[in-house]
Each structure stands twice: as structure tokens, then as C-alpha cells.
Design a protein around this ligand. Structure first.
Ligand code: B12
Length: 227
């Protein structure tokens, strides 16, 4: 019998959201991502382990197959929907922990980019770490970020990009934010982004994942010292 993590990963890959979903055909009534996440948490697994070994492991397989032309956009969207449902099921386990309030974190995916799974994950985990998260969504032009920062003086900004083309918009977005709010702490992230690129475009820092983002923010914005 496959471990609950392997089952979650397989369900993400197949797009099996929950027991009511009939994807793949004939699977209605069998547990999907939502039920399996609850099973794993109920068995005492940590939300971090469920995320890493279940949900993200499944999405990694999808990413590899997409890159190898073994699956195409419709399948990836179905997997993304299952992943999103799994994150929803996991959310209370992350955000239910008592944490001191750390400040406001405005996050969005930059202009032209529709990828939101990583952004949502970063937002959810930072919320669990005590940040009040304002999610601007996907395909956000620079002025959406500048307006959000002006409304929330002292907030931290997170920019997400998953495409080598859209990550280039991070530079203009950072310049626009700094033109009106020069001291804003701005983190960048997303698969094609690197620490060197972050430095080149004037970001305050780069984090590869939400845990690294929390550690970086603890250094850049000491508790009680911002927002
Ligand atoms: C799912 C997916 C899609 C879905 C998105 C659904 C959704 N709601 O998000 C759909 C089908 C819409 C899609 C479309 C496209 N996609 Co796509 N997609 C993917 C895929 C398979 C997974 C991405 C994902 O969700 N990963 C899981 C999350 C959890 O990881 P993550 O996003 O990297 O986020 C983590 C970190 O990067 C970081 N992070 C992310 N953001 C931020 C922000 C901050 C502030 C911080 C600190 C950290 C951080 O933390 C996250 C958690 O650890 C990737 C392949 C891959 N392996 O990445 C391709 C991929 C990103 N897509 C790709 C491409 C080419 C496209 C399309 C252009 C395809 C096409 N021909 O139309 C379109 C572009 C649409 C657009 N304009 O945006 C390429 C990009 C190539 C490149 N280097 O530019 C990839 C790499 C696939 C490939 N190998 O070819 N895609």
C-alpha cells in the first residue's frame, strides 16, 4: 500500500480533488487530495511534511512531465486545481497556530504571469507565521503594487514570477514602488528568480521558498521594528 504522501502526490498528478470528483473517470467515491490531506494530518503528520512530500511532490512530477511534453496545459490546470484544494485543506493547520503579529505582507504575481500556486503558498505560510497577507492576485501591473503600498505604509512586498519573460517586469515594479516609497522591503521569488537577479534589480532579498522568506524577513524586519 502506497504511503499517504504518495497517494496525495498521485491524486495531485491525476487531478483527483476530492471523493466527489470523477477524475480520473470511475474514481468517484474514492478519497482525493482533500480527504487524504485530512487523513495525513489526523495521523499526526506535520503540515510541512504533507506539503513537501505530498502536494509539492505531486506538482513536481507534473512539472517534469509538462517540460517533457508528456502532459499539456489542460492536464496541468486539472492538477493545479487539485493542488489548490489540497492547500485549502492544509491552510487551517498552518494558520491556526498562535503567532505574534509581524506586519503587513503584500504579495502578487507580476504583470503577464498567471501562475499563482507558489504565490498562494507563500501567502498562506507567511500568514501562519504572523503576517497579515494582502494578496493582489495574478498579472499585477506595477501600479497595483504602488497603490497597495501607499495604502499600507511600512508594509513588506513580495513579487512572484514563474516565467523568464515575466520576471523581467520585477525590475520596473521595484523601481515604481521605490519611486513613491523608497524604503519598502521587497522580496522576490519564483522558480526562475535567483539571488543574483534579485540584487541586480534592486530587490531587498530573494527567497527560494516560504520558509526561507520567513527567515529572511526575520533578519530584514525584526519583530516590533516595522509596520
Ligand atoms: C502549474 C503550471 C502552469 C499552470 C498555472 C496554474 C496556476 N494557477 O498557477 C498553467 C497551465 C496556467 C501554466 C501556464 C503556462 N506555463 Co506554466 N507551469 C506550471 C508548472 C507545471 C508548475 C508551477 C507550480 O505551480 N509549481 C509549484 C509551486 C509551489 O512552486 P513555485 O511556483 O516555484 O513557487 C515556489 C517558489 O518558487 C517560491 N515562490 C514563488 N513565488 C514567490 C514569491 C516570493 C515573494 C517568494 C519569497 C517565494 C516565491 O515559493 C513557492 C513555494 O515553495 C511549472 C513547472 C514547474 N515545475 O515549476 C510550469 C512552468 C512555470 N510554465 C511554463 C510555461 C512555459 C507556461 C506557459 C507559457 C505555457 C504556454 N505555452 O502557454 C503558460 C504561461 C501562462 C502565463 N502567462 O503565466 C514554464 C516556464 C518556462 C520559463 N522558464 O519561462 C514552466 C517552468 C514549465 C516548463 N518546464 O516548461 N503553467
Amino acid at each position: 500500500m502506497a504511503s499517504v504522501f504518495d497517494q496525495i502526490a498521485a491524486c495531485v498528478e491525476q487531478g483527483k480533488t476530492d471523493a466527489a470528483t470523477n477524475i480520473p473517470a470511475g474514481s468517484r467515491g474514492q478519497p482525493g487530495v482533500v480527504e487524504l490531506v485530512a487523513t495525513a494530518l489526523g495521523a499526526g503528520e506535520s503540515p510541512e511534511a504533507v506539503l513537501k512530500h505530498g502536494l509539492l511532490a505531486g506538482m513536481q512530477v507534473v512539472g517534469r512531465k509538462f517540460a517533457a511534453n508528456e502532459v499539456f496545459i489542460p492536464e496541468v490546470l486539472i492538477s493545479a486545481r487539485a493542488m489548490r484544494a489540497g492547500l485549502g485543506a492544509l491552510r487551517p493547520a498552518f494558520t491556526g497556530r498562535p503567532m505574534p503579529q509581524r506586519g503587513v505582507f503584500v504579495i502578487g504575481t507580476v504583470r503577464g504571469d498567471m501562475h499563482d500556486i507558489g504565490k498562494n503558498l507563500v501567502g498562506m505560510i507567511l500568514e501562519g507565521a504572523g503576517w497579515q497577507v494582502v494578496d493582489l492576485g495574478i498579472d499585477c501591473a506595477a501600479d497595483a503594487f504602488t497603490a497597495a503600498v501607499q495604502q499600507r505604509p511600512g508594509c513588506v512586498v513580495g513579487l512572484s514570477a514563474l516565467l523568464t519573460t515575466t520576471m523581467l517586469h520585477m525590475r520596473d515594479t521595484i523601481a515604481a514602488i521605490r519611486a513613491s516609497s523608497p524604503d519598502t522591503v521587497i522580496l522576490v521569488g519564483g522558480a526562475p528568480v535567483s539571488a543574483a537577479f534579485a540584487e541586480e534589480i534592486g530587490a531587498s532579498g530573494y527567497a527560494a521558498d516560504p520558509v526561507a522568506a520567513i527567515e529572511l524577513l526575520d533578519r530584514l524586519v525584526p519583530a516590533g521594528g516595522h509596520a
